[in-house]
Design a protein around this ligand. Structure first.
Ligand code: HMG
Ligand code: MG
Length: 298
């Protein structure tokens, strides 16, 4: 493996769970910094109910302030037709839908069953096809659920295949509460890859139990080439109690580049973004690497 694609989810997954909400201008500045650091796929926000996730209010303003950038994609998270229409109307070129492998998490997160969530996605996919909008898909709770504990591998495979079959170009396997360990992650990816192409599988690791990099390495060895990460290790899911942030993008980049796997990211620039953003949130980046490398000239 010579190179991978990183999907930066800090401005969405990262900020959606922060106690201090960042305003539109700060979110735009964050994303500009990420672009400058070399990230080319950046989840810029979500069109969900502001009553459920107030931190993501103003996502339309974020996207319109960014405008179009050559070679950069800004997927926007949407749960239903209302979110899709808002995304489409503001000119989104890519969206992400999210299903769960656990019934309980589906209900807590989007207030419907797994099957109902797919009923909601069907018109979203139709609308996206009509408007030429790319659709990414997430499966949550792939290695454990905060409400149900263990989640059957068959359930994960089933939801991943359904997302792929309805037209998602890529399916991101979300270890929402970061409970996975490398052999579990490896076996899961192998099982999903029996149903959908390996090239269409991404891994979305939260680092709650400190296993994120180990899981990523195991899945990289299995053939996964797309990894989600969050600058500064920000975030978590408001409907998954105890879930901490995603794997920190800077830690992931450090590991990959050290292995000779190209990411296209300027690490000192990225670390400066992590330090600045975490400063605004009144906390330190999760990883000491950010403060060390932020001082290094690019
Ligand atoms: P609901 O209450 O069942 O929805 O929520 P509803 O259709 O009955 O509508 C209720 C109200 O919400 C109405 O407004 C609607 O207009 C409004 P009211 O009449 O009360 O003023 N509404 C919306 N407003 C804005 N945008 C929308 C929208 N839809 C309805 N799209 C709903 C259902 C899905 C809306 C709600 O449950 C919700 O917003 N959930 C979002 C939860 C969320 O964002 N969670 C975090 C993201 S998922 C995640 O982090 C996991 C991931 O990272 C992968 C991983 O780690 O596993 C992706
Ligand atoms: Mg997540």
């Amino acid at each position: 493996m010579n190179s991978v694609r990183l999907v930066e989810v800090g401005p969405r997954d990262g900020l959606q769970n922060e106690a201090v909400p960042l305003g539109v201008a700060d979110r735009v500045r964050l994303i500009e910094g990420l672009i400058d650091a070399g990230l080319v796929v950046i989840e810029a926000g979500s069109f969900v109910s502001p009553k459920w996730v107030p931190q993501m209010a103003g996502s339309a303003d974020v996207l319109s302030a960014l405008g179009r950038r050559d070679g950069v994609r800004f997927p926007m998270l949407v749960p239903n037709m209302k979110g899709f229409e808002a995304a489409r109307d503001i000119g989104a070129e890519e969206i992400a839908i999210f299903a769960s492998a656990s019934e309980s998490f589906s209900r807590k997160n989007i207030n419907c069953s797994i099957d109902e969530s797919f009923e909601r996605f069907a018109p979203v996919l139709d609308g996206a096809r009509e408007a030429g909008i790319r659709v990414r898909g997430y499966v949550s709770c792939v290695m454990g659920c905060p409400y149900e504990g263990e989640v059957a591998r068959a359930a994960v495979v089933d939801v991943a295949r359904r997302l792929y079959d309805i037209g998602c170009y890529e399916v991101s396997l979300g270890d929402t509460i970061g409970v996975g360990t490398p052999n579990v992650a490896r076996a899961l990816v192998k099982a999903v890859a029996e149903e959908i192409p390996m090239a269409a599988i991404a891994l979305h690791e939260h680092n709650t139990y400190g296993q994120a990099l180990a899981n990523i390495l195991a899945c990289l060895e299995e053939g996964v080439t797309v990894f989600d990460a969050s600058v500064g290790g920000l975030g978590g899911c408001p409907y998954a109690k105890g879930a901490t942030g995603n794997v920190a993008t800077e830690e992931l980049v450090y590991m990959l580049e050290g292995m000779g796997v190209r990411t296209g990211v300027d690490l000192p620039k990225l670390c400066r973004v992590a330090v600045e953003t975490c400063g605004k949130l009144g906390r330190r980046p999760v990883s000491p690497i950010s403060t060390i490398l932020a001082e290094v000239p690019s």
